[in-house]
Design a protein around this ligand. Structure first.
Ligand code: PLP
Length: 378
């Protein structure tokens, strides 16, 4: 028996035309520079790749604000970077304190449990971020090895505004600290060294405005030394920091690096360096302000309290009687602008990461949203 060729369709008949403006919680629109770079394939080993890796690492040092040389790209989503941090730190019996604000915070707990860690999840008392006092009380009560925190919890649009103090507190108790900076690094300040972070990572498709499927992680020198000295078996082969250092530190073969993804990261980092962090933060501040002002004028309110809302992914309360799924679908269909839904909460979400944080994109989104809301009112 021969399995027949299936009915074929050209991609042009499947991909959305005209294209859709990606204003959700990721992926974000890549720049033309990133699009061009990610169409090139060449050898993953050799002098050209070596030069690219060295340059990429020094640009990432600036973007992460770290002097640590231990910077790795990963062929995988931001969740793979999260998994690399956990697989480095957690094995049976290790005690992990997870600050759980929502879906992505909870992912740390799922991964750590899978590795045999003893996981304790803290949950905020109300719709709020974590405060140093609550974390301190827990660290006084019980001894821990690892603390995980998500700087910007995308699922509910809440930012841990005391992330710096919490990381420093955990260090003062001798813990290793892993921070999810997926929607914050390069959008708002999160200086890795100053905040004493051991593992910090982001994905290509969020704040960096590169592409999905590649991510970046930095380890403090102390974290790298910790992993280097570890004697327990490493359950992940691809995500083993020591094996990955063969490529990222020495230019030798580990697995075939995602060449196009590395180039996309390279270009996104280069553009950030060119813009400078100061100007980029200011652009994000102005853009998210414009968006929030517009949302307010449309009579909409944010889900998170003012004191801790995340500026890079805005969670908007779905107005009473409106079906957010229908609103999102209508806006895509009629206006070619995409927002994100939610994992169970009565919200929809608008991104302000990287290329999303441009005045023309915000104005187009607000206009599309206004017309879509009017459609459902009528
Ligand atoms: C999107 C996101 C992730 C997961 O990214 P993937 O690339 O889908 O694995 C993790 N953390 C935060 C805060 C996110 O927004």
């Amino acid at each position: 028996m021969i399995i027949p060729v299936p009915p074929l369709k050209a991609l042009d008949h499947i991909l959305p035309r005209p294209p859709i403006l990606l204003m959700g919680a990721g992926p974000t629109p890549p720049t033309p520079e990133v699009e061009r770079a990610s169409a090139t394939v060449f050898s993953h080993l050799g002098a050209t790749m070596q030069e690219i890796i060295k340059q990429l690492q020094s640009m990432a040092q600036y973007v992460f604000q770290t002097r640590s040389p231990y910077i790795f790209g990963i062929a995988g989503p931001a969740s793979a970077a999260m998994e690399m941090s956990m697989t480095s730190l957690v094995w049976p019996g290790r005690k992990v304190l997870v600050l759980n604000l929502g879906t992505f915070s909870a992912r740390f707990a799922e991964i750590a449990r899978g590795l045999g860690g003893e996981v304790t999840e803290l949950i905020p008392a109300a719709l709020d971020c974590f405060h140093v006092d609550q974390v301190k009380a827990e660290l006084e009560k019980k001894s821990y090895d690892v603390l995980t925190i998500v700087h910007g919890e995308t699922s509910c649009g809440i930012m841990n505004t005391e992330c710096e103090q919490i990381c420093k507190l955990a260090k003062s108790y001798g813990l290793m600290v892993a921070v999810d900076a997926v929607v914050t690094v390069s959008c708002l300040p999160i200086p890795m060294d100053e905040w004493q972070i051991d593992f910090m990572f982001t994905g290509g498709q969020k704040g960096l405005s590169a592409i999905p499927g590649v991510s970046l992680i930095a380890l403090s020198p102390a974290a790298f030394e910790f992993v280097s000295k570890r004697t327990e078996a490493m359950p992940h082969w691809c995500l083993d920091v020591r094996r990955a250092w063969k490529f990222w530190g020495k230019g030798e073969y580990h697995y075939t690096a995602p060449v196009t993804g590395v180039l996309a990261l390279y270009e996104s980092l280069r553009l950030i360096c060119e813009e400078t962090l100061e100007k980029r933060f200011e652009r994000h501040t102005q853009s998210t302000k414009l968006l929030q002002h517009g949302l307010h004028q449309l009579g909409l309110t944010l889900y998170a309290p003012e004191s801790c809302h995340l500026p890079s992914v805005i969670a908007v309360r779905t107005p009473e009687g409106l079906d957010a799924k229908k609103l999102i679908a209508f806006m895509i269909e009629q206006h070619r602008v995409e927002m994100s839904g939610a994992f169970g909460l009565p919200i929809f979400r608008i991104g302000q990461m990287g290329e999303q944080a441009r005045e023309h994109n915000v104005r187009r989104t607000l206009q599309a949203l206004e017309q879509s809301l009017n459609h459902f009112k009528a």
